[in-house]
Design a protein around this ligand. Sequence first.
Ligand SMILES: [Ca+2]
Ligand SMILES: [Ca+2]
Length: 245
Amino acid sequence: MAFDILGTPGNDTLRAENGIDTRLLGDAGADRLLGAASADMAYVGGAGIDTAYLAGSVGEYYNIGQAVQRDGELFNVLLSRNGSGNQYIAVSTESVSFQSGETVANDANGLSLVTSAGGFGNETLVVPRDDSTLWLAGGTGFDTVNLNGNPSDYTLSRVPNLFFDGSSNADAGAYVLTAVNGSGSYTFDTAIDSIHFLFGQTSTLTELSKYVTGSSILQIGTNRNDFLVQGTQDGYRAFAGLGGY
Ligand SMILES: [Ca+2]
Ligand SMILES: [Ca+2]
């Protein structure tokens, strides 16, 4: 649960403490919203021309290229590359400045200057600690997602939009881990390679069903070599292997 720091209708400078998850709520006016290292931050500028100030440099974040609805606000999300904290930047915050000196507009153009998750390299995506609904793309390279807790803290499902005429939704087959305590839901496209639970367990994406309790109503393969399991004895199950072996 994040700590809130509230601005006034005037021009405010709001500063978060290091290590404390914080929402900075500027209200009206031209606000300076100063984030902190080692914590998850939300920057809500409100009316007026506002700037979020992030710890570190552009190179310490991934732009996941999607807007996320949270607490009634629409946010662009930058994921931490090094544990410095994930950054939710409300669209009412006009620009983003980094401690290292770079400033970008908080829009698709500006954020395109931040490395996209799902690119060519070997990426490690560190997801926020709680209260998140994120869709994560792997791209090429070997991509790992660091997720909080243990496998037992989640249930597993797959995006089931597979049609019997052979067509499928673009997201079909994506893996979904939903936190048992309701704090978040994480969807991984099948280009993510590995999930590392921060309390110890590491699993390839395709073997998650060995570790995480899940729905087996619809098992869908990926374009890789798959391990499909029917989890219960009764009823019909649809298996679709897609590509691979
Ligand atoms: Ca203000
Ligand atoms: Ca604003």
